[in-house]
Design a protein around this ligand. Structure first.
Ligand code: NAD
Length: 295
């Protein structure tokens, strides 16, 4: 018997389109005589994963005509010195966006640092003022990963109005803002947020027309948890051992991709799904911080 497999939502392709749109907007902005948007990325300590993420962000900025500078500090940078640096960047009219690469060294209070960033330059959307605007549906900066998922849904023609959406994960970076974006007027999904204490999780997931997994556990979402035809968005990035690879590992999502694609209507791959959208939306946020417009 022939089985239909889900259509693949190609995050790389959608992200490339968004990046081209940002570039066109930046070109139009500078053609009017404005300087290019400027993003400052603060990288503290030598974590190789963080350094690699930052390199990716810098490359994407350069391609879109956004100037980005990485300010690198040793892991022993004091909290007071970091706060002074942020104050200086907040007051610098030649800086549009500020991104503090997480995680921070343990001696630095992350919440205090994120609150110190000017909300207008907070391209990661971690400041409580921006989080508040997100919840109340005010226009403004949006957190990159959930905003990227909204963009994917829209550009893939996935209907949110009247849809039942289930988000697995309640982090401040993904799960909670995701639920808040889906429930806004005009998007109109009916949203349930699941977490590690949710009873009958599989039952809840099976009701979802849109299922978003942001857990951090390889293969957590299995085919029996998915309603036939559902759109399944996999946020997870997990390393699993793979002796056939030179690195000894490969990246997989939170969804058991091969089995779930036989049931779902749409599915995002890992890699090549949500990840590329996150960087594209950072560019969009930097454009907005610089110009006050999304296009
Ligand atoms: P987190 O660790 O902060 O949150 C994980 C959430 O999963 C928690 O809210 C927890 O309640 C829930 N959870 C854990 N075990 C569970 C269980 N057994 N049943 C139900 N819920 C459970 O993680 P995060 O920052 O939200 O990231 C989640 C995943 O997404 C990670 O793999 C991360 O690497 C990835 N991520 C990817 C991107 C991207 O751009 N693609 C961006 C951010 C995070």
């Amino acid at each position: 018997m022939e089985t239909a497999t889900a259509s693949l939502i190609d995050g790389r392709q959608i992200a490339a389109t968004v990046r081209q749109e940002v570039k066109a907007s930046v070109d139009a902005w500078t053609a009017k005589g404005h300087r290019a948007p400027v993003l400052k990325v603060v990288l503290i300590g030598g974590d190789p994963a963080s350094a690699s993420y930052v390199r990716g962000k810098n490359r994407a900025c350069a391609e879109a005509g956004i100037e980005s500078e990485t300010m690198t500090y040793d892991a022993d940078l004091s909290e007071a010195d970091l706060l002074t640096l942020i104050r200086d960047l907040n007051g610098d009219p030649n800086v549009d966006g500020i991104l503090i690469q997480l995680p921070l060294p343990r001696h630095i209070d992350e919440a205090k640092v994120l609150r110190a960033i000017s909300p207008a330059k907070d391209v990661d959307c971690f400041h409580p003022e921006n989080v508040g605007n997100l919840v109340t549906g005010e226009p403004g900066l949006k957190p990159a990963t959930p905003a990227g998922i909204m963009e994917m849904l829209k550009r893939s023609g996935i209907e949110t109005r009247g849809a039942t959406a289930v988000v697995i994960g309640r982090s401040n970076i993904v799960g909670k803002p995701m639920a808040n974006l889906l429930v806004q007027k005009g998007i109109d999904a009916t949203v349930t947020v699941c977490h590690s204490r949710t009873p009958d999780l599989a039952d809840v997931c099976r009701r979802a027309d849109i299922l978003i997994a942001a857990i951090g556990r390889a293969g957590f979402v299995t085919a029996d948890m998915v309603k036939p035809g559902a759109a399944v968005i996999d946020v997870g990035i997990n390393r699993v051992e793979d002796p056939t690879r030179k690195s000894g590992y490969r990246l997989v999502g939170d969804v058991d991709f091969n089995a779930v694609r036989e049931v779902a209507g749409h599915i995002t791959p890992v890699p090549g799904g949500v990840g590329p959208m996150t960087i594209a939306m950072l560019l969009k946020n930097t454009l907005f911080a610089a110009t006050g417009s999304w296009s």
